[in-house]
Design a protein around this ligand. Sequence first.
Ligand code: FAD
Ligand code: EPU
Length: 295
Amino acid sequence: MLLPLPDDLLKVPHRRDVSFARLTTLGVGGLCHWLFEPTTEAEAQAFVRACAREGLPWRVLGGGSNLVVLGDLKLPVLRLALPKEARREGTRLTAPASHGHIALAEAAAAAGLSGLEFASGIPGSLGGAIRMNAGAYGREWVDVLTRYRFLTPEGDLVEKAPEPGEFRYRWSFLTGGRVVLSATADLEEGDSVRIRAQVAEYREKRGTSQPLSKRNAGCIFKNPPGLSAGRLIDQAGLKGLRVGDAEVSPEHANFLVNHGQATAAEFAELMEQVRLRVFEIHGVELEPEVEMWRE
Ligand code: FAD
Ligand code: EPU
């Protein structure tokens, strides 16, 4: 039992009992009993310091677009609510972690800065995208990231340039209580019309290959080296496989979609069935890309 929470933690703006269905794109999950939404870096730091001092486990949430939450969570959840302002200096664009990811790609396009076109269809927050080293169409965040700021698990502020080993395919070291606060992309001067044309092309590709009209969490499994998880699941004949209202998308087999009333347990069960069947048929162990949270 985590209560009572210390007074300095309770000074950080927070809400009680918010449904994870509202906090995640998949639209499932129980209640978030304590949702802390700091509006300044100092408040975020106070949150992390208080949790570290008390030995409280906690989690950090972005846009919830890569997440399945099983049941209620009593532990404190941090969701940054820093002012969503992007700052341009030359070809560099800096934004707080709470900035919308697609909105940042759009801001870059509007400013005639090229390099974030790949990000234009990836939902969630900038912080989540840095943590996941999100990518598409042959580019990923580490290709443009030039500096970033984060809190250590003890609440100390670090600002640095990325170094080898810190980021790889759909992974970064920014886990385990590290909180991304802001990031700077080094972009190139470009022509807004061309940039927008590239964005439109990527959106068209996405629109025709991914089930964007139904709630989902993007690709459920990472692509194994040299292979496509979507193709493996498809070849295993699993498109349309259903557990309750959770379904393997008939459009793209690595997307699971919510037909409306699905539960997190149904998604977890469907993921397990897909994983086992792909292993039986192809002998390949799929690794989840989505995060699974449980108390
Ligand atoms: P969340 O889902 O909230 O969290 C994901 C992880 O990041 C969690 O571990 C969380 O603790 C951590 N996190 C969140 N914020 C922070 C922070 N400030 N500091 C430290 N850790 C943090 N992904 C791709 O890479 N490429 C794609 O093409 C792509 N397409 C998608 C399409 C759709 C329709 C959807 C729904 C998802 C897609 N995704 C894709 C997955 C998802 O959008 C990305 O992983 C995204 O970057 C997650 O960001 P988020 O803010 O939603 O993170
Ligand atoms: N394919 C099938 N059947 C399917 C789905 C795909 O045969 O049901 C085949 C396609 O025909 C294609 C190959 O598999 O030959 C790859 O498919 P696709 O081009 O859709 O790309 P992907 O590898 O499935 C990856 C990322 C996506 C990203 C796209 C575009 C992963 C796990 N997925 O998908 O990222 O948007 O490329 O760059 O790396 C995400 O990470 O959440 C995500 C959506």
